[in-house]
Ligand binder design. Structure first.
Ligand SMILES: [Fe+2]
Length: 312
């Protein structure tokens, strides 16, 4: 059984317990999420002016859009306002900033089917973030920038939270992926040939769709099976997501049960403390190391992010 809580005022500790048990939380917009969404929307509209960013597919080639996104998405990730707004959003949701670590926020796009559905605007097949080296205690915060519908948002398979899915996540090592692939995502416009962890059996369920308003949040465990649904509407979807971990849970190795993830490496080095942007202590990261991190390829991506996230 999965419970979906709407605007719950549960404490953060109790909420994390529920999230690790597979429950999902939906929150109405707050001043912080509204400001984050306004920032993203302003950047999108400036980058694509005078066009409506939701209707680019009617006017531009996939290559043109991909080229603009290749600049716009990193500019959003590194925007100085994001470093203030994420802690604000966490505080608005009752999270202790001294113990909360987050990864930089990403901007995502999902265009009407057939247009730019790979590479930098990759349409994600059903997956768990824990197939991509996220720790079992990772929580995902997802919010739409414009109004969405059931057919251009996110889909969830809550029944598979506790039921494993045959998958090939053993092909994925976080450090290897960063080194080899991340820098070239902008080149994969039409055909994405990068090998990714995927289900190796059909998922029988139809995904659940939660449809919050712009700035509303879906909060869920990174171990939930979820997907970007195929966009069958006439409008592009833009969203923001970021991931968090809580210090106590990292230390105590608490989190969702691992039912089927077999990837290697850990994203633990990417999270920054909300209070001062410090990294997690090395001895805690070491709890999650599996021997695949080598000095020449570790943090190939995180190294570039950290100085920028700290104001460089
Ligand atoms: Fe995901």
């Amino acid at each position: 059984m999965t419970a979906v809580y709407i605007d719950s005022d549960m404490s953060d500790a109790e909420r994390r317990d529920r999230l690790y048990a597979g429950d999902i939380f939906i929150f109405s917009p707050t001043p912080g999420t509204r400001a984050l969404v306004d920032l993203a929307r302003g950047m999108l509209e400036e980058a694509f002016a005078p066009l409506d960013p939701r209707e680019l597919h009617k006017h531009k080639s996939a290559e043109d859009v991909a080229a603009t996104l290749a600049t716009l998405k990193p500019a959003f990730i590194h925007h100085p306002e994001c470093k203030n707004l994420l802690p604000q959003i966490m505080a608005e949701h009752g999270v202790d900033l001294e113990k909360l670590y987050f990864d930089v926020p990403r901007m995502r796009s999902a265009y009407p089917s057939g247009f730019l559905s790979s590479g930098i605007a990759y349409a994600f097949h059903p997956h768990r973030d824990t197939w991509y080296s996220a720790p079992q205690c990772q929580l995902n915060w997802w919010l739409p920038i414009y109004p969405i519908s059931a057919n251009n948002g996110m889909g969830f398979y809550p029944r598979h939270f506790s039921k494993g899915v045959a998958n090939n996540s053993d092909i994925y090592n976080y450090y290897e992926w960063n080194t080899r692939n991340r820098a070239t995502a902008a080149q994969h416009v039409k055909n994405d040939t990068r090998e990714q962890p995927k289900p190796q059996e059909p998922i029988e369920d139809v995904s659940m769709r939660y449809v919050p308003p712009p700035g509303g949040v879906i909060l869920f465990s990174g171990a939930q099976l979820h997907e970007t649904v195929e966009n069958t509407t006439g409008l592009a979807r833009y969203s923001i997501d970021f991931r968090t971990v809580h210090l106590d849970d990292v230390r105590e190795r608490r989190g969702a049960p691992n039912v089927d993830a077999k990837c290697t490496g850990t994203t633990m080095r990417d999270y920054l403390r909300a209070a001062d942007l410090a990294r997690l202590p090395d001895e805690l990261i070491a709890l999650y190391d599996d021997g695949t991190a080598t000095s020449d390829r570790i943090l190939a991506f995180g190294d570039r992010l950290a100085p920028a996230a700290q104001g460089g």
